[in-house]
Design a protein. Structure first.
Length: 378
């Protein structure tokens, strides 16, 4: 794994907590719908600007400096994009479909990862190295900017969250004021639980979806084409797993499903690495099973949105999610990359640690009374 790629990968994660808190606060004061518009425009604008940047040969060190600045801006905007999507869906769907609704949102993100991987593969196979270095690297940014603007086609017809509208019409001065202050005054326990749950989501996603191919290549020799297809198949089954866990957690105790799912993930992660060490002949099946087990992340957002009342929900979600993602996104790639050089099972050990946390959280939620109503305020 190249150090330059890791640095750029981590740069965006460093900006996420700041963007999540700033934009999340705005979303709790002004509304979800206007914040959706801002996050879309800032994300698309920063990506488009990256595509139009001059090269190092034209501007020298100013060019990479501008790229890093734009990457930070993109990270700030994206820091709210995911929590906002979960909150928006959670506050629109009927209560009995909350878990499955949030799982569909999570699955859609992984669908985007799958299509982006396919696009990068097509691009790299269609162009020479010189063409990619000359102008080809700009194409993904142009495409990403266009795709980022697609939600604007339906933005005009999207209604504001009914929970937010009701809250604002009830007691605006009391409910829609200082969400960050209210969050830390009344929701310290929810913040802790939220960060632990966000740590589970960010760790599983970062390792299984983003880092695992590079980590495996450090210690194992596999056919590159077969392994690439296996990774894509794993993401496909992770999408199915997200929806499956979202549906089943709608009808069963959340803690029970989280506990069982965490145990299955730990078992499959070790089975996956033992299989790689043995032969790797059934990598397609093992990767598919691993992806499906990792789909446990699809059920967790439904609990995250219920941890915080309406007037601080977006701020709380964005804070917990992005602090966890910032820590994982910066430390885990370097830490696991270094550890895997010496211990080939390091990714499995890390996911086992995260799975153990999932088991503890599952047992905690199993004995917890039903959550407060999602439309409550402080």
């Amino acid at each position: 794994m190249k150090i330059q790629g890791l640095v750029l990968f981590a740069t965006g994660y460093l900006a996420r907590p700041l963007g999540g808190v700033i934009f999340g606060r705005y979303g709790d004061i002004k509304g979800r719908k206007p914040m959706l518009l801002i996050s879309i425009l800032v994300t698309a604008g920063s990506v488009l600007a990256m595509a139009c940047l001059p090269t190092y040969a034209q501007l020298g060190l100013i060019a990479p400096a501008l790229f890093i600045i734009l990457r930070l801006i993109q990270g700030m905007a994206f820091g709210l994009y995911v929590p906002l999507a979960w909150v928006f869906v959670a506050e629109h769907v009927p209560r009995q479909y909350l878990s499955v609704g949030c799982s569909y949102v999570t699955a859609s993100f992984f669908t985007g990862v799958l299509f982006s991987n396919a696009f990068f593969l097509w691009l790299s196979n269609s162009m020479t190295v010189d063409q990619l270095a000359d102008y080809g690297w700009r194409i993904p940014f142009f495409v990403a900017a266009i795709l980022s603007l697609l939600p604007l086609l339906g933005w005009r017809w999207i209604d504001e969250s009914p929970f937010f509208a009701q809250m604002k019409n009830s007691k605006p001065k009391e409910y829609v004021a200082k969400p960050f202050t209210l969050l830390f005054k009344h929701c310290k326990h929810s913040i802790f639980i939220g960060m632990v749950l966000a740590l589970i989501v960010s760790s599983i996603t970062t390792v299984v979806v983003l880092l695992l191919p590079d980590l495996i290549e450090l210690r194992f020799t596999l056919d590159s084409d077969l392994f690439g297809f296996s990774h894509s198949l794993g993401i496909v089954f992770m999408i199915f797993g997200c929806v499956f866990y979202g549906i089943i957690s709608n009808h069963q105790n959340f803690g029970k499903i989280l506990t069982i799912g965490s145990i299955l993930l730990i078992a499959q992660m070790f089975a996956f690495f033992y299989h790689l060490q043995a032969s790797g002949d059934y990598i397609l099946i093992m990767y598919a099973l691993l992806g499906f087990c990792a789909g446990i992340v699809g059920m967790i957002p439904a609990i995250l949105v219920q941890l915080f009342p309406t007037n601080v929900r977006l701020t709380g979600m964005a804070f917990c999610y992005n602090i966890a993602y910032g820590i994982v996104g910066v430390l885990v790639p370097f830490g696991l990359g270094y550890a895997t050089l010496y211990v080939s099972f390091s990714p499995a050990l890390y996911i086992a640690f995260i799975g153990f946390i999932g088991i503890i959280m599952g047992l905690y939620f199993y004995n917890l009374p039903e959550f407060k109503k999602i439309d409550e305020v402080i």
